[in-house]
Design a protein around this ligand. Sequence first.
Ligand SMILES: [Zn+2]
Length: 167
Amino acid sequence: MPDVVRVVDAPAAPRRPREVPAPVETAGLPALAPNSLLAAIRRGLACRCPRCGSPGLFESFLQPVPHCRVCGQDWRTRSSDDVPPYLVILALGHVVAPGMIALETFFHPPLWVHLVIWLPVVVILGFLLIQPMKGAVMAVQWWHWDRGRDAGGDSSEPAQEDRSGTA
Ligand SMILES: [Zn+2]
């Protein structure tokens, strides 16, 4: 059940800049940071915060929350771009293509049978997989680029070399 009920006909409130919520007290919660990349990916696949495991990684279908409501992790810093759709296409291709080939090989159905079977399969599985896949990609990005900041280190990209020639 959603925690928030939206009123459709309510007048739009003036937009205010989003405020960064302070992390809430985490006492009593399980250990925050995952101990492996696989654990972080599992959290992302479950659409949970890869850092703390709390639910609610997305505020809409593919829009991540700006900040985790529990640990305060900033999710605006990275963009997964087209990687989740590529991974969904890759996964679906490995399911649908063998199925289509097997169906054609053993039953030789007319083309409309393929359309009736595989088009809904691709559309439904695509919608089911895209959000968990985006969560997993976000988890990988967090693990490789943002995790080190938790320990006070700087795991961002290597610093740009000074190419101005004024050294
Ligand atoms: Zn979190």
